[in-house]
Design a protein around this ligand. Structure first.
Ligand code: ATP
Ligand code: MG
Length: 388
């Protein structure tokens, strides 16, 4: 009677011909997440992935695997052979344990007979095992409609018995959907945006803009820490740090004040696009949400978009602030994000920023400065951090 962890893969299961590719990618990400922990092996068996490890290590392994995208459920299982007495023992064993930890009054057995050569059909296995539980454990009833808990039995090459289904984030393994460059500020939204796109399989790098010495070193530290928290989900990433003070000064001198925000956002996009192109990255990612602030109006977004050719992914576009905060709390970036810091965007902040900018006007203002040289200079001065 061995203890193992079973991993349900959810959406990957829909990938038919590509399934092996997604599974292998997921396994490599799991190995990465567990690289400094002890386990015996990771193997596939008929639709699920299993981790063989000592039970003492389960808790830590589970907490790491919960952050690996592509995993829908993690279940501590008892693994036995396809021998009915062994299955009975496993069922009694796991039920006793479960009643100790989290006692219930009703249960239901659910059997999945993947190995059709197994002589007893699923409903009959469930019935027999239900009877075994009733006989061996006091004060329990079967409730087929609304049980307080399930006992799952998967009959495959081996038989797996489990009661718990610990939720992962689902999504797709990182690296199965190209690369993205996240515009990471020190705020609440952008880390959430990075998390959501990484969850769809995008490998993330990050870029941060600051106006040192007008913005502090502490603000820089804060962004590095946010990137570090994010990297618990995304894996190690590069963080490009770019000083845009010269650009802001130049814009302040030569362009209308009310266009400052939108003009500097267009510069951010251009710089990000150039770095992305140089690093084989396919898309930019921002934490914009429609209507949240002056620059995030439909017209503002249109004018921002027009500054680059690369797609800009905005996973928060339709979310309310409350929803974004909920995710930020869940992924533990919220507490870091609300620490006070100085943002480059607040420098030269116009009193009345344009909310309905016209592309023609903005492009005209941009002609007052040498865009290419400013972009080039900012990139030449960049610092790159390796975040792990
Ligand atoms: P956030 O909470 O992510 O800071 P926000 O609500 O403050 O967003 P804006 O300041 O308009 O909104 O920024 C919108 C998006 O632009 C951010 O989510 C981020 O992706 C990008 N961005 C803004 N400022 C910076 C910066 N200093 N460095 C990198 N990206 C930035
Ligand atoms: Mg911000």
């Amino acid at each position: 009677m061995d203890k193992v962890l079973s991993i349900s893969v959810g959406e990957i299961a829909l990938k038919k011909g590509n399934r092996k590719y997604f599974e292998d990618k997921l396994i490599s990400k799991m190995k990465r997440a567990l690289q400094d922990l002890y386990y015996e092996k990771i193997y596939k068996e008929q639709g699920k992935i299993y981790v063989e490890a000592s039970e003492n290590g389960f808790e830590q392994i589970i907490s790491r695997l919960k952050k690996v995208f592509g995993i829908v459920y993690i279940s501590p299982c008892i693994r036995v052979t396809k021998n009915i007495d062994e299955i009975k023992d496993a069922v009694i064993n796991i039920m006793k344990y479960s009643q100790l930890r989290n006692p219930v009054k009703t249960f239901k057995v659910k059997t999945n007979r993947v190995d059709k050569k197994f002589p007893i059909k699923s409903p009959e296995v469930s019935r027999q095992m239900g009877a075994v539980i009733l006989k061996n454990i006091k004060d329990l009833k079967v409730d087929v409609n609304n049980p307080e808990m399930y006992v799952f039995i998967d009959i495959k090459q081996n038989v797996y018995v489990y009661t718990e289904r610990i939720k992962g984030y689902g999504g797709l393994p990182i690296g199965t959907n190209g690369k993205g460059l996240l515009l990471l500020s020190g705020g609440i939204d952008s880390p959430v945006a990075g998390f959501l796109m990484a969850k769809r399989g995008i490998e993330i790098s990050a870029i941060h803009f600051h106006s040192y010495p007008f913005t502090s070193e502490r603000a820089e530290e804060k962004v590095k820490n946010l990137a570090k928290t994010l990297s618990l989900y995304t894996g190690k990433m590069k963080l490009y740090s770019i000083n845009i003070l010269d650009i802001q000064k130049e814009l302040n001198k030569k362009c209308p004040e009310d266009e400052m925000t939108i003009l500097s956002r267009r510069f951010m996009m251009k710089i990000a696009e150039k770095i992305a192109l140089d690093n084989d990255i396919d898309a930019l990612i921002t934490g914009e949400s429609l209507g949240q602030v002056a620059s995030q109006t439909m017209k503002g977004i249109t004018v921002t978009n027009a500054s680059v050719n690369m797609p800009i992914l905005r996973p928060l576009i339709g979310l309310d602030k409350v929803q974004i905060i909920d995710i930020a709390k869940d992924i533990e970036t919220y507490e870091q994000s609300i620490l006070p810091y100085d943002d480059c965007c607040t420098l030269f902040l116009p009193k009345h920023p344009v909310t309905k900018p016209k592309l023609k006007d903005i492009e005209k203002s941009e002609q007052n400065v040498d865009v290419e040289i400013l972009v080039e200079k900012a990139i030449n001065g960049s610092i790159i951090y390796d975040i792990e």
